[in-house]
Design a protein around this ligand. Structure first.
Ligand SMILES: *[C@@H]1O[C@H](CO)[C@@H](O)[C@H](O)[C@H]1NC(C)=O
Ligand SMILES: *[C@@H]1O[C@H](CO)[C@@H](O)[C@H](O)[C@H]1NC(C)=O
Ligand SMILES: *[C@@H]1O[C@H](CO)[C@@H](O)[C@H](O)[C@H]1NC(C)=O
Ligand SMILES: *[C@@H]1O[C@H](CO)[C@@H](O)[C@H](O)[C@H]1NC(C)=O
Ligand SMILES: *[C@@H]1O[C@H](CO)[C@@H](O)[C@H](O)[C@H]1NC(C)=O
Ligand SMILES: *[C@@H]1O[C@H](CO)[C@@H](O)[C@H](O)[C@H]1NC(C)=O
Ligand SMILES: *[C@@H]1O[C@H](CO)[C@@H](O)[C@H](O)[C@H]1NC(C)=O
Length: 918
């Protein structure tokens, strides 16, 4: 990009001019120019201005200290009168938030060539006095200038650079500007200009860079652009000009950067660009282009970025793709055929979503995970006989919904957050753990983004943002997700029915204050279930100000169990406030609540709806009866939505009546503890079996599915010997949650239901590992070979690679020795044999290095497969092959679904926050 400003710190500027000053100690700026300069800055709204005429140095200026990233300096040319006189040639007063007007007094500086007054709050217009100067470069980027662009500017024939972007200029473009024949760069974007480009613009034959995005122009894109033969960059996003893109664009053979988007007009063929062989960036987005993408486009040698999203393109993607082309957005078309492996490059960002490609099964190359590339396949195949769910998650094997949900709460760009809503505590799940490639939570929702914030160095298709200035906003609105093109939030396991979708917004990048942050503008379109529900949604207008919350409600019908909320940025708004590349749609939170009363997911009443007790009983008859009864129970329901489908755990269901009888109607005397999700009661079945019953309250976030996962987790922690023991000794396996403790059950606890101090030691070990690794024991599966963190950690210890375990976010702050010690202690604490585990006081001594850590043969080394995890691995394998989802990976959406491992996520966070925050 040409002339994209760099940030030079104020201090740096002063140093640099001090050096220059010493060299030129003889020369001086004439008194008239010094006085003119004082007037100039006063007109601009600066005070306390002090300038050293001997050194051509700005000594001070109010605001002081200047805002971060501000630049304020003056440059002189001192080669006059045998180097005794300096004349001012450049004034840069940028990012100062100055409240005044542009200074007509510039005319008193006869040698002035260059002014950069960007990022202030200047009002009024460009003084017509400037027409008589010999300025060759003007930037008033990001100000509050308004009215018509003065036609006197047409007399400034020395101008080579003029940037009026992000002001409030209105009316037609004055034809006089066509006289600026030396212009190389003309930037008129983000104003309110109307009409078409004046015919006189055909004379601007030296233009290299022309940008006219986000205006209210009208009429077709004019043919006169054919005369701009030198043009490297043409940018017309949402200019108001209409298609078709004139065919004479093929004459612009010097183009390196062509960006046209969001134009109205009839359908057209792909524009002819065969001769534009220098193209590096080609954006033809939402231009009503139909037909095929010509094969030569894929072969353009210099092309790095191709965005032809949201057109009506058909046909296949060519196999022959140039080496440099690594960013390809074809989202929102009708492209079909196979996805060529040649496009799936390392380091590539390929968005194929919303198309008609051949369905990608999990084994196809497009689905193979690769850390270096992003391939978005969300709804990339419009396969009619497939559920929305399958289309959303093409790389996932047999996506079944273990349970349908009736609500969704997302804290966009943020962490999990509990919000009090009409006397209920609602947990808004954070999406911040997702990387920019996309994210899918274990609770069957996710988001996926297309695009890239242009003109800033990092590839990001969406980002989590926080307010740029202090706000009083509630937490829910203090984070948001920003996306430069198209962002979809989706849920694929919702119960069919009518829902109230509430979208929560607050403008947190722009402000209401006296900084240029207040000059930002943003509009975007909102689609729900692929239907446009709001066009040009403007948060600031809707909320009557920036940094104020606003919620909009929509009635939505869910069919096919899926919900899709999409935000589309149609290039309407400023693109560089506060910083360049800051634009796009913005959403703070989403809540979806059913308009129907009865939700079959189980949380009907305050008290328990379904109570499940895992019982592994040796009373065979009892088992058979139970299982038979269970099958009938399932079969008797039209839709099995209890969450047990595909789960082959030895579970038995009891009626509420039976459970009530066993626990003496949940007698408080029988309460043995209170877990994160509800109380646990001791009970006795009619056959004498002692059981523990966990009661889920409707306020609990834990559903049947999660509860089952918990049972799965318990099996993860079982020693295989236990099963034998159970069978032989006819003991009862009681599944429950460790009440009031950290929440990880030692194997023997899961079996016997008694607490020893060594149980706590076990829990401590697991949590210690989680802290070191920053991962949840149950959610973490680095590969199918390891079912949980503990499993993996044991393996790493054995292979002496404990370093790998350390949370990469800790960076260099890690003391390797301490980490090694911590892991060793943690693994000792989680030894399956309680007697080998140290006591807590010994743990403390070991941590303080007052006691040696005993060497215990790692358990995994005794068997190929660490027996502790065998049950879990079997379970996991079963899930993979069975109807439920396993650990699903899709390139742009990395998923760890909840097939048995996610139950304690919430518990872990609670621990982190309440007792061990790190
Ligand atoms: C004016 O600038 C000087 C630095 O030259 C600074 O020390 C002084 O505090 C400033 N005055 C005000 C009112 O800020
Ligand atoms: C310019 O200045 C130098 C010394 O500073 C002197 O030698 C020279 O004669 C001057 N030239 C003119 C044309 O005054
Ligand atoms: C612009 O220049 C022309 C001559 O080149 C002159 O006649 C006209 O008055 C000038 N306009 C302004 C506004 O200075
Ligand atoms: C402005 O352009 C004129 C000729 O068009 C030229 O004589 C003059 O030197 C230029 N001024 C500057 C400051 O470049
Ligand atoms: C695209 O073209 C079709 C057919 O010419 C037209 O009906 C439709 O309005 C166009 N779309 C836009 C956004 O201009
Ligand atoms: C999708 O692609 C198939 C061929 O792969 C084609 O038969 C079908 O017509 C396409 N659908 C649409 C809507 O273009
Ligand atoms: C949604 O539907 C309900 C009735 O089902 C109605 O009361 C409510 O006003 C509707 N809301 C909107 C935003 O249309």
């Amino acid at each position: 990009m040409l002339h994209r400003s760099t940030v030079v710190a104020w201090i740096l500027a002063i140093c640099c001019f001090n050096a220059q000053a010493q060299e030129q100690a003889q020369a001086q700026v004439p008194r008239e120019e010094v006085n003119a300069l004082r007037q100039i800055v006063t007109t601009m709204g600066a005070t306390n201005w002090s300038f050293n005429a001997d050194t051509c140095e700005v000594v001070s200026v109010i605001p002081w200290p200047p805002p971060i990233a501000s630049e304020g300096y003056v440059e002189c040319n001192c080669n006059f009168n045998n180097k005794t006189v300096c004349h001012i040639t450049k004034i840069i007063i940028k990012s100062f938030n100055l409240p005044g007007v542009l200074p007509p007094e510039l005319v008193q500086l006869p040698y002035l060539e260059f002014v950069d007054f960007a990022y202030n709050l200047f009002t009024g217009t460009i003084p017509h006095e400037w027409a008589t100067t010999q300025l060759n470069s003007i930037s008033v980027l990001v100000n509050r200038l308004s009215g018509q662009i003065p036609r006197e500017l047409g007399n400034m024939t020395n101008l080579t650079y003029m940037n009026l972007e992000a002001n409030e200029f209105s009316g037609p473009i004055p034809p006089e500007l066509g006289k600026l024949m030396n212009l190389k760069t003309l930037i008129l974007s983000a104003n309110q200009l109307i009409g078409n480009m004046p015919a006189s613009f055909s004379r601007l034959t030296n233009l290299i860079d022309f940008r006219i995005s986000y205006n209210s122009l009208s009429g077709p894109i004019p043919n006169l652009i054919q005369y701009w033969k030198q043009l490297n960059e043409l940018e017309m996003h949402a200019s108001g000009l209409e298609g078709p893109i004139p065919s004479i664009i093929s004459l612009l053979t010097m183009l390196t950067d062509l960006r046209i988007s969001d134009i109205k007009g009839p359908t057209q063929e792909f524009p002819m660009l065969r001769s534009s062989t220098a193209l590096e960036t080609l954006v033809l987005r939402n231009c009503n282009i139909s037909g095929k993408i010509p094969a030569y486009i894929w072969r353009l040698r210099e092309l790095q970025m191709l965005d032809v999203s949201f057109n009506k393109l058909e046909g296949e993607i060519s196999r022959d793709i140039a080496r440099k082309l690594k960013t390809v957005f074809v989202t929102g078309n009708m492209l079909s055929g196979n996805i060529p492996d040649t496009i799936l490059k390392d380091g590539g960002n390929i968005d194929l979503s919303y198309n008609n490609f051949t369905f990608q099964g999990p084994d196809q190359p497009a689905c193979q995970q690769n850390m270096d590339r992003n391939v978005n396949l969300f709804k990339s195949s419009l396969t009619l006989n497939m559920s929305n769910r399958q289309q959303m998650l093409p790389c996932t094997k047999d996506v079944a919904c273990p349970r349908y949900q009736c609500s969704l709460h997302v804290n966009c760009g943020g962490d999990d957050l509990t919000v009090e809503e009409s006397n209920r505590r609602v947990i808004y799940q954070g999406d911040v753990y997702g990387d920019s490639a996309g994210y899918l939570s274990s609770s069957h929702w996710g988001f996926t983004g297309t695009g890239d914030f242009m003109d800033e160095p990092i590839y990001q298709n969406s980002r989590a943002i926080r307010p740029t200035a202090k706000t009083n906003l509630p937490d829910l609105y203090s984070t948001a997700r920003l996306n430069p093109l198209s962002l979809t939030y989706f849920h694929y396991c919702l119960e069919d029915g009518s829902y109230n979708v509430s979208l929560h917004f607050a403008e947190i990048l722009f402000t209401n204050d006296n900084t240029y942050y207040s000059l930002g503008r943003r509009m975007f379109d909102i689609y729900i279930q692929e239907k446009l529900v709001r066009k040009d949604f403007n948060i600031v207008d809707e909320a009557r100000g920036a940094q104020r919350p606003v919620t909009r409600h929509f009635n939505v019908t869910v069919t096919d169990n899926s919900l899709e909320i999409r935000f589309y940025w149609a290039s309407r708004g400023t693109a560089r406030i506060p910083n360049r590349g800051d634009y796009g749609s913005l959403v703070s939170a989403i809540s979806v609540n059913p308009n129907f009363k009865i939700c079959s997911n189980g949380s009907k009443k305050n008290v328990t709806a379904y109570i499940i007790v895992g019982v592994l009983s040796a009373f065979t008859i009892f088992m058979i009866l139970g299982i038979l009864w269970w099958k009938c129970y399932l079969g008797g329901r039209k839709q099995a939505r209890t969450g047990f489908e595909g789960l082959e755990l030895q579970t038995v269901a009891f009626s509420l009546k039976q459970i009530k009888a066993a626990t003496n109607n949940f007698d408080a005397a029988n309460k043995i503890g209170e877990g994160g999700f509800g109380p646990v009661y001791k009970g006795q079945l009619y056959d004498g079996t002692v059981i523990a019953v966990k009661q889920l309250s409707s306020r609990s976030r834990q559903g049947n599915r999660e509860f089952l996962n918990e049972i799965g987790m318990i099996s993860c922690l079982q020693h295989p010997n236990l099963v034998k023991l159970l069978n032989e000794d006819e003991k009862t396996h009681i599944s429950t949650k460790v009440a009031g403790t950290i929440g990880y059950m030692a194997p023997e606890y899961a079996l016997w239901g008694y607490l020893t101090d060594k149980v706590d030691v076990y829990s401590f070990g697991v949590v210690a590992l989680e802290i070191v690794s920053g991962k949840s024991n149950n959610n973490y599966m680095p590969s199918h070979n390891f079912v949980c963190l503990l499993d993996w950690a044991s393996h790493l210890q054995e292979s002496k690679n404990v370093d790998e375990l350390v949370d990469p976010r800790l960076g260099s702050r890690v003391n390797k020795e301490e980490v090694g010690r911590m892991v060793k202690i943690a693994l000792l604490c989680t030894n399956v044999t309680p007697s080998i585990r140290p006591t807590m006081s010994e743990v403390v001594q070991m941590l303080e290095e007052q006691m040696a850590i005993p060497d215990v043969i790692p358990e995994g080394s005794m068997h190929n497969d660490d027996m502790r995890f065998k049950a879990m691995k079997d379970f996991h394998r079963e899930m993979q092959n069975g109807s439920s989802s396993g650990s699903l990976t899709q390139n742009s959406i990395t998923i760890h679904t909840d097939a048995g491992f996610s139950s304690s996520t919430t518990d872990l966070f609670e621990i982190n926050r309440n007792t061990m925050s790190y």
